[in-house]
Design a protein around this ligand. Structure first.
Ligand SMILES: Nc1ncnc2c1ncn2[C@@H]1O[C@H](COP(=O)(O)OP(=O)(O)O)[C@@H](O)[C@H]1O
Ligand SMILES: Cc1ncc(COP(=O)(O)O)c(N)n1
Length: 269
């Protein structure tokens, strides 16, 4: 049996709902072997981010080198990268190891408002990482920052997707969690066609880590050899199940349930 390997380069969330922890749980549920390179340690829970401790560039590079020199990776996800220095180092390592199945989740601000990316690092993200991305997965506010436009309807979202594609990204997924209304649309653009992945909005405050979990599911599927289109569909099912069966823990915005998708599949088998 082949073992498919997925690497996440992201921040640690001590509360376990987002970041590295969400990614590794999701990889495991989708049967990809999970590995990590930590860019920053956050002291975080369902109430918010209490503190951020970035790692040194050398520490980030060393973790990636340990993986590159031995295990290798079939797909790589980036999440919280914090600074331009870390972004540049990560982009260089991706090139050095010739990794191609790259999912860039351009994490900027936690749901509670804490900054997970320094403002001056947005340009580094555009210059160094976007051209390496097989898929980018911004939410609407992140797509607005990256394209320097305001997005208030689906037409503007399509225009933003085209702009991001022009920046060198192969596939763009602009997620719809921050949109309005009962119908929620995640929009996929591959440079030629748009695909609308729709669902009903679930009314819950427990959406901590939805973006990380969605992008991690996408990465696990890409590691196993899926096409981007198939991987996005599975990622959407995964996050839908994880939000529907939320865990109701902590006193703030609780995490999603990373085992719900697998659990449902077993019940339906
Ligand atoms: N209330 C919700 N009901 C159903 N799906 C949701 C909800 N909120 C987010 N999602 C899904 O979770 C994923 C992450 O979406 P979004 O909230 O836009 O990103 P982020 O967590 O990065 O802010 C997307 O696939 C989106 O469709
Ligand atoms: C370490 C870390 N990385 C990413 C997020 C974004 O989480 P969300 O998916 O809730 O926007 C977070 N809160 N913490």
């Amino acid at each position: 049996m082949t073992t498919y390997k997925a690497l996440t380069i992201a921040g640690s969330d001590s509360g376990g709902g987002a970041g590295i922890q969400a990614d590794l749980k999701t990889f495991q549920e989708l049967k990809a072997y999970g590995m990590s390179a930590i860019t920053a340690v956050t002291a975080q829970n369902t109430l918010g981010v209490q503190d951020v401790y970035p790692m040194s560039v050398a520490a980030v590079e060393a973790q990636i080198d340990s993986i590159g020199a031995d295990l290798g990776a079939d797909a790589v996800k980036t999440g919280m990268l914090f600074s331009s220095e870390i972004i540049e180092a990560v982009a260089n390592k991706i090139k050095q190891y010739k990794w191609e199945r790259i999912v860039v989740d351009p994490v900027m601000i936690a749901k509670g408002g804490a900054s997970l990316l320094q403002q001056q690092a947005v340009q580094a993200l555009k210059d160094h990482l976007l051209p390496l991305a097989m898929v980018i997965t911004p939410n609407i506010p992140e797509a607005e920052v990256l394209t320097d436009m305001s997005i208030s309807n689906l037409d503007e979202r399509m225009e933003a997707a085209k702009k991001l594609h022009k920046m060198g990204v192969q596939h763009v997924v602009i997620k719809g969690g921050h949109g309005e209304g009962e119908d929620l649309v995640d929009l996929l653009y591959d440079g030629q066609e748009f695909l609308y992945i729709t669902s009903k909005r679930i009314h819950t405050k427990n959406t901590h880590g939805t973006g990380c979990t969605f992008a991690a599911a996408l990465t696990a599927q890409l590691a196993k050899g899926s096409s981007v289109r198939q991987a996005v569909v599975v990622a959407k099912d995964f996050i839908q199940a994880a939000i529907e069966e939320d865990l109701k823990i902590g006193n703030g915005h609780g995490p999603t349930n990373h085992w719900a998708y697998h659990h449902r599949q077993k019940e339906n088998a």
